[in-house]
Design a protein around this ligand. Sequence first.
Ligand code: ADP
Length: 385
Amino acid sequence: MVREVLKVLIVDDEAGIREGIKRTLTEYTVFVPDTDTEVRFSLECAENGADAICKIESFSPDILLLDYKLPDISGLELLDKIDIKGRQIVVIMITAYASLETAVLAIKKGAEDFLAKPFTPQEIKDLVNKYTCQIIAQRQARKLAEERREVRFQFISVLAHELKAPLGAVEGYLRIMKDKTLGNRIDSYANAIDRSLIRIEQMRKLIADLLDLTKIESGKRDRLIEEVDVCEVAKGSIEMVSHQAAQKGISVELVGEGDTVMEADKSELSMILNNLITNAIKYNKEAGSVRVRIRGDSEFVLISVEDTGIGIREDMIERIFEDFVRVKSRETADITGSGLGLSIVRRLVRLYDGRIEVKSKEGQGSTFTVWLRRHLEGLDRLEAK
Ligand code: ADP
């Protein structure tokens, strides 16, 4: 439970009203259910316009209970003098004669609501309750928007950095060629050309992963949910990497157990399998092996991808699912990647109310296991986070 305190300024020239409201709200608490917040009130009073203006400055109220008729200036004039919107103050006008005309005028000047004298303690509580819920909901929405902005900003900063490095490298190699640093023979530049192509491939992969990620994040991708045999999708993914596996002499085996058909979007399953199987080959040793197991039980379909590769350092096991995180070591120095593949898998797995686990031993290999819920009732509305 979150506890908050809202500040209420009571402006009225009648001492009885000021004291009455103060008494009503002193012990009053509002519970805002959706946000699990309990709100209490800190109270201040002012008996005229000049005093009110001073207290608005010094006390910065969240709610202003403002008498329409004050001895020095009217409540409406006071609204003119303070910047209610900029200060985000909720103003509730207290008035003895609530004519429609004054109501319209006050609302035009930024007041939210009215309370006609005489009023009961319950009426004041109801109004304060209503606007407290509104204020807390707005605060939460603002906080969420700020957090999202911050996450987006960090993502873009890292992305810019990730693109800058390969771009800089390619630029460097091109300059070597332009200045003919290694002479006139094109063969002398073979290494520079190869290194440039690797860097370009790295950027291409990064952009492709980014596109996948944005599609999942935006929720705008049309999902085609149908009965899919995960084994069939795995066969396609293995086929796709067969050349890469053959080059390293890696054998890839597929084992299916039980009922491996589930409700899913085929392209999402492909993304999960492609990423896991590609990693199992990329981070494997020469002549190593990869075993892809698909197993169905009553609730879930399990995909496990086991390799005999370099393994993952214990301190990195949790971190590899974060955006752009890659393990830096001698073994991974020449392996290109964006560091986004497992973030994509993690987001996709959530769409299936599933989870992902990894077991790994450095130098011996890793096993990634994914659980996907077989039936998607209502899950197409889940957001990937
Ligand atoms: P990348 O594009 O770098 O492969 P991923 O998000 O797919 O990005 O993986 C993040 C990091 O996790 C990789 O850079 C690598 O260090 C590590 N990793 C992933 N899969 C494996 C694996 N099967 N074996 C060893 N390390 C792995």
